[in-house]
Write a protein that binds this ligand. Sequence first.
Ligand SMILES: Cc1ncc(C[n+]2csc(CCOP(=O)(O)OP(=O)(O)O)c2C)c(N)n1
Length: 518
Amino acid sequence: MFGLPGGGSSLDLIEAAAEVGIGFTLTKTENAAVMMAGALAETTGVPGVALMTKGPGVANAANGVTYAKLDRAPVIVITDGFTDKQLSYITHQVFDQKALLQPVVKGVTRLESDTPAAEIEAIILLACQAPLGPVHLELTGEVARRLIDPPQVATLASSTSVLDHVALQSLAQQIKLSKKPVLIVGLEARHCAAEVRQLAEHLKCPVLQTYKAKGVISDLDPQVVGIFTGGIQEADCLAHADLMFMVGLDPVEMILQPWLYNKPGVELSNATHDVHYIKPIARVSRDLKLHVLALNEQLSGYVSSWPVEQIALLRQDILTRLAYPPVQFGVAPDRLVQLSAQAYAEQKFRPRMSVDAGAHMFSATAFFPVTQAGDVLISNGLATMAFALPAAIAAALDEPAHPVICFTGDAGLMMCLGELCTAIDSGARIVVVVFNDSALSLIDIKQQSKQLPSRGVRWGRHDFAKAMQALGGQGFEATTEAQYYEALTQALKLQGPSLIDVQIDPSGYSQQLKAMRG
Ligand SMILES: Cc1ncc(C[n+]2csc(CCOP(=O)(O)OP(=O)(O)O)c2C)c(N)n1
């Protein structure tokens, strides 16, 4: 459980959780608490819990809850509330909390019925139905302290899976007819990675994965060509294909631009979405894992006709195009990320990363290979800043043996700087790597491309290494590749958190953006 308690139901909940062995991590903002609960849910598949006070606590959590909605994270958001009696005389901190969160939660409940255990069960099930997302539990102190008969043993009734034979057969048929399919893997596939890996092995075709799906099929696998965003970077690969085969892809994962590809598609997913870029010629929209398993059987004997060398060339070509141009000072973002991957390999750590919103994200997602599903934490659906640090902390606390590298811009870090204290207090094994370019670079390059004067997007240099040291953590500074590698090598040996402030020359970002999105 993550959160920032108030005086109502929060304290009772923390106490009750402790009694059954559920730990509580105190965060510095409610926004970060929901992000941490969501990040944990994204990596483990188990719903996360975030708790907070009423009024300002709820209002401050709204961005985090919106992340959980658009990034498909099942989170139980427990807020304090007012009783009807209190509402008859109190106006201080009062607003319609349920209405504030209503557009971004899948449901709300107050545990006021005679069967609160059933209410809890129903709300958790709702969070775990595709598309996964947050639910709101508004709990007054009075209701939290209510004594009830012990509930029957809660059994979360999972819905029974049913194979859609007809639709699956028509989908398999389309694949068998195609010579050069491309497998496009999306976020839902993180929870059936083994089955999707088997599928890729059958098809022997190029694989594109969304940011969140990176690692479903290991980036070290030669079939993995790169990232799928709906941008220009994957266009070459798709130009040579005759079928787009989308597995677990959620349209929320694609960038804000019209669909570029004039190719037929087939789709396997857990949920349908009212707004989508493409109308597949064959589709199954439920029980992804079951259908991937069944499809694997149907496809035995089928192999695509992609030459291995062509796949390798496509992969190399994307990396070449995304390379950062030469820098005038500091460290180039792509080199920074490549050196990070090298240090992980050298120390034999499983590569795990979180990344924030901003221009630094281009290199972080392209040049840091991961090998397991869930090892890239990124807010993509909402694409909110101030996500990478809380997400890294949650993932590190869950699996302390493998440090998490947190790639963040300086603005994104400043938006959640207090969470460095959470990392220090909780001993989270993370390395925060600050791409320090003293600018909102992603916005700066848009301003430049409009040929506007530089206004409102830059600031003086802040020293985040010293800030980390002042807070009681380990802070390093790097202005060269050698300094960075040395600092990271030391940082990865620590059992707790550290931060490396790296000087970045942002002049190459616009070229990289063009290579990615067109
Ligand atoms: C909460 C939030 N506010 C604003 C934005 C819009 N936005 C996206 S990236 C960005 C700039 C980020 O700057 P920084 O963290 O320094 O990263 P850089 O682009 O410099 O790599 C902004 C303002 C956002 N995505 N999320």
